[in-house]
Design a binder for this molecule. Structure first.
Ligand SMILES: [Fe+2]
Ligand SMILES: [Fe+2]
Length: 172
């Protein structure tokens, strides 16, 4: 197996692991009756599977082998909503670092088609990190104020919490 193919296959586990963790987060938030945050994390969980599917399609189209990873059981509880989003931000930064490594490998090997495929992911990670950073900042501002937390939850429920970020980014 080519190094790059191997690396893309191992990257799949980052996407699936993030999807699984976000699903666990969505469940935890729903149990806390934070329906808006829960819905947002469910959407993020589904998005991560779509990311994996995009890379799988690339491998198949290039006649390269796909090896689906084993997914570990995700964390199941967090000390606070802010703590949960700290983790989201951390995971997204890890995914970005992994994408960057794939990009370097693709460039070193002169694999133009892989670079082109990865361009989409580079833009997507800018969006993902911007969202996580924004939500974290809002949660820090809210602090222990549950009215502020519920307002943000409501904005997520109405799909309004991140509209300003989506409007400035075409990658989403
Ligand atoms: Fe992703
Ligand atoms: Fe992500």
């Amino acid at each position: 197996m080519k190094d790059l193919t191997q690396a893309i296959n191992s990257h799949l586990s980052s996407e699936f692991q993030a999807s699984h963790t976000y699903l666990a987060m969505s469940i935890w938030l729903r149990e806390k009756d934070l329906a808006g945050f829960s819905q947002y994390m469910l959407e993020k969980s589904n998005e991560e599977r779509v990311h994996a599917a995009r890379m799988i399609a690339y491998l198949v189209d290039c006649d390269e082998p796909v090896e689906l990873p084993t997914i570990e059981a995700p964390e199941r509880s967090w000390s606070s909503v802010q703590n949960l989003f700290d983790r989201v931000f951390e995971l997204e930064k890890q995914v970005t670092a992994s994408i960057n490594r794939l990009y370097s490998l693709a460039e070193e090997g002169g694999e133009r088609s892989a670079s082109a495929m990865l361009d989409w992911f580079v833009n997507e990670q800018i969006q993902e990190e911007a969202e996580a950073r924004f939500v974290l900042k809002r949660l820090r501002l809210a602090g222990d104020n549950s009215a502020a937390l519920l307002l943000l939850d409501q904005q997520f429920l109405e799909g309004k919490a991140l509209t300003h970020l989506k409007a400035t980014n075409t990658a989403a």
